[in-house]
Design a protein around this ligand. Structure first.
Ligand SMILES: [Zn+2]
Ligand SMILES: [Zn+2]
Length: 214
């Protein structure tokens, strides 16, 4: 296995490692059992990236939980791509939770009863939520059983090797799709790639809106 790049080919290797390690694809509907892998995706910036990652997981027989925002500045669940993304995530067997902005934990029938706060403060990060699982409450969030790719940096190292050898009793793995789907070695470069993709998407939306760009 090569360097631990944040790209889809290494993401594929991560999933293959989890399979080799004998992990099962858990969702946040029951407390952790030995061998569980909770693959969690906080969708902060791009539904297109989420769909691409979800398709790859589906190809490999992996299942994840996607946390979608209802009050994002970057995407709209009621747009065409929003509806497409929600339909495809379900069709490919993934769970869908709410990526909520504190203090609004407003679930509706688009979501399973599971919430991940967006950019939480320490005071409420691990507090229980009435009527829903908070992914950052114990036992789902337990030191030693959690890895995150936040800002394209594994604080405790890329987990592929420990997954392959089954070293984690169980694990919650937080992966942000846009970091892996868009090219770039630094967060800055990756965001430039995302902006270029957004520009192309917007040009298409403009054309679909019959705006004359000639
Ligand atoms: Zn790795
Ligand atoms: Zn977030």
């Amino acid at each position: 296995m090569g360097a631990c790049a944040f790209d889809l080919s290494h993401y594929r290797e991560l999933l293959e490692a989890a399979k080799a390690g004998g992990y099962s694809w858990a969702r946040f509907d029951r407390i952790p059992q030995p061998g569980d892998l909770y693959v969690r995706h906080d969708v902060d910036l791009s539904l297109e990236a989420a769909v691409e990652m979800a398709r790859l997981e589906h190809e490999l027989g992996a299942r994840a939980t996607y946390f979608l925002m209802t009050e994002s500045s970057f995407y709209n669940l009621d747009s065409r791509v929003g509806h497409y993304a929600q339909r495809q995530l379900r069709e490919w067997g993934h769970a869908v939770g709410l990526h909520a902005v504190h203090p609004r934990a407003e679930l509706d029938d688009r979501f399973d009863p599971v919430i991940a706060w967006h950019n939480p403060d320490a005071e409420y990060m691990s507090e229980p939520i009435v009527g829903a699982v908070n992914v950052m409450e114990p036992p789902y969030f337990t030191p030693g059983h959690y890895r995150s790719d936040s800002n394209a940096h594994w604080r405790e190292g890329c987990p592929h090797e420990q997954l392959a050898t089954g070293e984690f009793e169980w694990l919650q793995l937080l992966v942000h799709p846009e970091i892996w789907v868009y090219d770039g070695e630094t967060m800055r470069e990756t965001m430039e790639s995302l902006l270029a993709a957004k520009r192309a998407e917007w040009l298409e939306h403009l054309a679909n809106d019959r705006i004359d760009l000639t």
